[in-house]
Design a binder for this molecule. Structure first.
Ligand code: ADP
Ligand code: NA
Length: 305
């Protein structure tokens, strides 16, 4: 396929607070360390895909504030082309992440902010771009009706469509036939199909259930067990890369989806594209952070060589 990778999703600023323990309701405690960084699945996937060599255009809704500045700086650094809808008087989204130092346990509130207000009419303003896409990717952090409009336009324009159904949500039946690939992790696959996924045979059963819903292919990510691609013609299991070197798996799914999109846009076969996605994700889990951990193309090629 020819044409750019177009990703629809959200950006949020991740604000992370580390302390000895999580505060109780009504309590104020002093923490040790604060970090501010880019987040949001769609934005992370865009960064992953651009760093992996893709020509990436990211559609999202932002406010006009300091966090929006962080978004633009992040995309400029990674080489992502913004296709944003920027609005006055709404805050750019943010995630408030509390981390208990000792245990690593966390508690998180994500407020999508302006990104959560994206509508099908907003998506219509990006019709020309989406119709030019070779590959179109979306997730479920923004309203599903907007995701669905994006998938419809992309499908109509001849793009390969990828739905990463994260975070887990029940979906309208009509969305599945719009998807060439659906890429859930284990818990998302379980929510979509009712099949508990814990190993390869159960992943296969969940994938079959997704095919019955009308998707072109089910591509389940299985954490340290890699990924399973199931089509009507057969299945391919690709083991994870670098599982022995895992540091932090935040953003692994985003790395996988971004990498997979790049591979498809370059015309790789299904198996090679899944391997490419696993390589990008494997490199990303060897270092801390989500967007900050996305590998450059040279590292990916070296791992796959
Ligand atoms: P999510 O981050 O959405 O929950 P997964 O945990 O399934 O998604 O991870 C996505 C991909 O990241 C996997 O298919 C695999 O390639 C890679 N990955 C995840 N965890 C590990 C790990 N511990 N070691 C190596 N690769 C991993
Ligand atoms: Na990481």
């Amino acid at each position: 396929m020819t044409g750019p990778i177009v990703i629809l999703g959200i950006f949020v600023a991740d604000t992370t607070y580390r302390a000895d323990r999580l505060p109780k309701i009504g309590e104020t405690i002093l923490g040790h360390r604060f970090t501010l960084g880019p987040g949001g699945k769609g934005s992370n996937q865009s960064v992953a895909a651009a760093r992996a060599g893709g020509d990436v255009h990211f559609i999202a809704r932002l406010g006009r504030d300091t966090f929006a500045d962080l978004a633009f700086a992040t995309w400029a650094d990674a080489g992502v082309h913004p296709a944003v809808i920027q609005v006055e008087r709404e805050a750019t989204g943010a995630a408030c992440i509390f981390v208990e130092e000792e245990t690593g346990d966390n508690a998180i509130i994500v407020c999508p902010g302006a990104a959560g207000g994206i509508t099908p009419s907003d998506i219509d303003t990006k019709t020309d771009l989406i119709r030019r896409a070779g590959v179109f990717v979306t997730q479920l952090e923004q309203p599903v009706d907007a995701a669905m409009r994006g998938l419809e336009i992309a499908r109509d324009g001849g793009a390969v469509t990828i739905l990463n159904p994260a975070p887990a949500a029940t979906l309208p039946d009509a969305i599945f036939p719009l998807c060439d690939f659906v890429t859930p992790n284990e818990s998302e696959a379980e929510l979509l199909t009712g099949v508990p996924v814990s190993d390869l045979p159960s992943a296969r059963r969940a994938a079959e259930a997704l095919l019955e819903k009308g998707v072109g292919a089910a591509l389940l990510t299985l954490g340290g067990n890699g990924a399973l691609l199931v089509t009507r013609d057969g299945e391919i299991h690709v083991p994870a890369f670098l599982a022995e070197r895992v540091v932090e798996t935040t953003g692994a799914g985003d790395a996988f989806n971004g990498g997979f999109a790049v591979a498809l846009s370059e015309g790789m076969s299904g198996e090679d594209a899944v391997r490419f996605g696993c390589a990008v994700a494997g490199l990303s889990v060897t270092r801390a952070g989500a967007a900050a951990s996305m590998p450059a193309r040279a590292e990916i090629d070296a791992l796959l060589a």
